[in-house]
Ligand binder design. Sequence first.
Ligand SMILES: C[S@@+](CC[C@H](N)C(=O)[O-])C[C@H]1O[C@@H](n2cnc3c(N)ncnc32)[C@H](O)[C@@H]1O
Length: 281
Amino acid sequence: MFSQEELDKAISTVDIIGDLAVIKIPREWEERRFEIGEALLSSLKGVRGVFRQTTPADDEYKVRGLEWLAGERDTLTLYREHGCCFKVDISNVYFSPRLSFERLRIARLTKKGEVLVNMFAGVGTFSIVSVVKGLAEKVYSIDKNPAAFKFMMENVVLNRVSGKVFPILGDSKDVAPELEGVADRVLMPLPALALDYLPYAVSCLRDGGWIHVYLHQKGRRRDVVRSGVESLKKALKDRILSAGGRVVRSVGRETYQIVVDVELAPSHSPSLEISRGLRYD
Ligand SMILES: C[S@@+](CC[C@H](N)C(=O)[O-])C[C@H]1O[C@@H](n2cnc3c(N)ncnc32)[C@H](O)[C@@H]1O
């Protein structure tokens, strides 16, 4: 049996996704992981399965490695936030409840009639919340993971946003030419590709507009937003009308996920920049 104090030491993080718990266990407690899973299962109401994260979410589809610890082994669940529900299988798609505030923040920035492009949409969370809680009229919602695309299609139906959120399966750099000049706002919730894919995001904008760029930034908490904004200003040069940001969460020692909201001026000729393979640096 574990006391609450021991359990607090043995579990470094807990994510509750629907009725599943995903935990991280410090190395020195790993041997007792199944007991820890059982103890957590009996202490959390409404949780039917406990899993341990074994690898970070850094493969192509950003899926974290999982090991079953206690309760049911089924990894399919229904997660609710902001009046929306999302069907996810935590074993084959990316999902993080830690971005919940950020999804609502983006939704609240949308203006009536806006068209959005979400370049890294996962199971459709940002896209669907932007329509349900925001004022977005249409969201082109791209992901290249076939499993995420399948859940996104289901989540569009579950949340009754058919005709507003359009799931697209593919690499957003290949899809971007078809969406050239359609968007008022582009979401880039994938730090690993954000800077490389920036020209494609710019190409999707109709007549200037907003790009929300998520980055991983090393440094002191009080400095990371400023340095992120600077790197975006450098990349986009005189196109920027305004730029600001916030720390989304800590993702490691002295490393933060930040978001930079960039407003771009109307004039650009994106197809030229992409066809010549130019980057804004
Ligand atoms: C960090 S997740 C973000 C998911 C979603 N925005 C959310 O918050 O739930 C990044 C997503 O981008 C997808 N992805 C990775 N590379 C991609 C690419 N080149 N084009 C489109 N999607 C990509 C992954 O499959 C993954 O679902």
